[in-house]
Design a protein around this ligand. Structure first.
Ligand code: PLP
Length: 431
């Protein structure tokens, strides 16, 4: 492969002198795949174009938001018109109610929703609300689930049934970490044991609708319902973090796809159509506790930003059209099947998990059902695969423990191009 990456290399060298690690979000540095990142110049439809003129089929989609493809003409047109009306007012707009209505219509478990600026803000605010509402301090999160970088959620699991949190990052105070209990995903028995021991102190369980941050791991049949029952039994709230899965695995997210009704839901990514947005919502009785309706404080200078609301509204209206999710399902199934066959042909063991248009091929022959089994994946083999795919014009998430996102902009030719690239890349891995 004779692609040239010289300009990206120059820009990265410079960026490292200006920005920690050269990037504004760690994973973008490509550290786990043994090469430097490519710098992007522009995007259109299913493609990214880097500063050296290389073109890629894009399976990152800005880490989820770009489900209708980049520079969608209807989103673009609405955004251009919105810019001419001003970029931020810090005052209420009709746009905020329009996006809120679209969200509430899609998620019947929510009566009210509050817009914020990122997924991290959404989960952090939902936790404060859950704690304020229940008057309890502890929360339960799952090993391998990521909910943004707020202190109480940046907690790594230790071993054992009831493991008090150990901070994943220096700077998270131990007393904050001690209020976060971590549990293995897809394991109701351990969760029951945790509630038997600490149930009266637990404000909420927070769970990804479909975990995508240890790679894609589907909830086992009945698992989400079991979590729901347990939280009800102990008077804790169930927070489903649908920042990634919301409007992705179904218009109504994982809760619609799997039939579970949480107390609070967190959203982000797709609802901003590529602009910075997050949201959290739930039953009116709980949401009415948020300021200024109630005493639990949460605010934001740019929250409900008119450009972000506009991009979100148009994106959700596009997704609402009939056939959208069938089309996504069909494209993603075709891709997953083609990739699995390519791996098998090269004799490379790959376990594929897919829910709707999010999928991960784990470089392992073991079923991946939780964080421990995800960790059986051969990350060196993944790195070899990633680099070979990049060199062939396929832009994948630069870690084994991430999802690939299929977008509506992808054509059968794009998927076939990807599968053909993978046939060669798996041979590289096997060699
Ligand atoms: N929750 C989930 C499930 C996510 O996947 C992410 C980000 O990837 C977040 C929360 C944090 O969102 P943000 O990066 O917008 O703060």
């Amino acid at each position: 492969m004779s692609r040239i990456y010289d300009r990206s290399e120059q820009l990265f060298a410079e960026a490292k002198t200006l920005i920690p690690g050269g990037v504004n979000s760690p994973v973008r540095a490509f550290k786990s795949v043994g090469r430097n990142p490519v710098f992007i110049e522009r995007a259109e439809g299913a493609y990214l174009y880097d500063v050296d003129g290389n073109k890629y089929v894009d399976y990152v989609g800005s880490w989820g938001p770009m489900i209708v493809g980049h520079v969608h003409p209807e989103v673009q047109e609405a955004l251009k018109a919105a810019i001419d009306r001003g970029t931020s007012y810090g005052a209420p707009t009709e746009l905020e109610s329009r996006l809120a209505k679209l969200v509430l219509e899609a998620f019947p478990a929510m009566d009210m929703v509050r817009m914020v600026n990122s997924g991290t803000e959404a989960t952090m605010s939902a936790l404060r609300l859950a704690r304020g509402y229940t008057g309890r301090s502890k929360i339960v999160k799952f090993e391998g689930c990521y909910h943004g970088h707020a202190d109480s959620l940046l907690i790594k699991a230790g071993s054992g049934a009831l493991t008090l949190g150990v901070p994943t990052s220096p700077g998270v105070p131990a007393n904050i970490a001690s209020n976060t209990i971590t549990a293995p995903y897809n394991d109701l028995e351990t969760l029951k044991a945790i509630f038997e021991e600490a149930g009266d102190d637990i404000a909420a369980i927070i769970i990804e609708g479909v975990p995508g941050n240890m790679g894609v791991v589907p909830p086992a049949p009945g698992y989400l319902q079991g979590v729901r029952e347990l939280t009800r039994q102990y008077g804790a709230l169930m927070i489903v973090d649908e920042v990634m899965s919301g409007f992705r695995v179904d218009f109504g997210g994982a809760q619609t796809r799997f039939g579970v009704e949480p107390d609070l839901t967190c959203l982000g990514k797709i609802i901003g159509g590529g602009l910075p947005v997050g949201a959290y919502g739930g039953k009116a009785e709980i949401m009415e506790k948020v300021s200024p309706a109630g005493p639990i404080y949460q605010a934001g200078t740019l929250s409900g930003n008119p450009l972000a609301m506009t991009a979100g509204i148009v994106t959700l209206e596009l997704l609402k059209r009939p056939g959208t999710y069938d089309a996504l399902e069909e494209k993603a199934a075709y891709l997953a099947d083609g990739l699995a066959k390519a791996a098998a042909k090269a004799g490379v063991p790959v376990w594929t998990n897919r829910v709707g248009s999010m999928l991960t091929g784990f470089f392992t022959d073991k079923p991946v059902v939780d964080f421990a089994s995800a960790c059986t994946a051969d990350t060196v083999a993944f790195g070899n695969y990633f680099r070979a795919m990049l060199d062939r014009g396929v832009y994948l998430a630069c870690s084994q423990f991430e999802a690939a996102f299929v977008s509506l902009a992808m054509t059968k030719e794009d998927l076939d191009f990807t599968i053909a690239a993978a046939e060669e890349a798996f041979q590289v891995v096997a060699a």
